[in-house]
Write a protein that binds this ligand. Sequence first.
Ligand SMILES: O=C(O)[C@H](CS(=O)(=O)O)OP(=O)(O)O
Ligand code: MG
Length: 232
Amino acid sequence: MDQRLVGIGELGEVPRVAVVVDVMRAFTVAAWAFARGAERIVLASSEEEALALKESRPGWLALKDGPPAAGFDAVNSPGLVKSADLSGRTVVQKTTAGTVGALAVADAPLVLCASFVVAGATARLLRAEGHGPVTFVVTGEEGRADEDLACAEYIGRRIDGEDDAEAAPYLRRARASRAAADLVDGVRLGYRGVHRDDVELCLEVDRFSFAMVARRDASLMVLRPVGEHDGP
Ligand SMILES: O=C(O)[C@H](CS(=O)(=O)O)OP(=O)(O)O
Ligand SMILES: [Mg+2]
């Protein structure tokens, strides 16, 4: 299958099929939120929008990256979201890279949000539906984040039918990435909003058997799990 990897700023025309990759940590967190019962995730363009959406819809929760902040119910950490009860909830998510990447391709007919934990399900969905060219949106570091590049390349091989492609080389690159080092530093320095298990949780290949599809719903971009839905 024809595949290209681009940064958010290099997108050009609207792709037909976009796979937005954010390993550390937005789309690992999103997958964990679904595993913990969230019904849907609304991708917000700013912290202000996230808080406004939460305020206007009873029961909605707001999540952002960085340290815990007033008005927000959760942070962008799989290690922390892993123990949250999100049953039936709508979570509004705003992060630095992942949610920005998904909103940048909101007009694409098919948008998947991906990370290692949903790699196989993402590839299976694309293979099953026989889609044409795939654009991977590499969200971190202006398209150069190695954890996102490695994950995109790995999913790409699995789309091409190499379902037994060895994950180890790709995971090694992700583990050696700047984002992973920043998370390790964050734990060492006692930053809030970072959990000591975050890096390992971001490197669990196929932890979940659902893919995550984002669709426009009125004025919102809404992410939902698609396919078999395993709990933790
Ligand atoms: O929360 C994260 O890990 C990052 C924050 S930053 O880009 O490292 O400052 O956001 P994400 O959108 O999940 O990459
Ligand atoms: Mg990231």
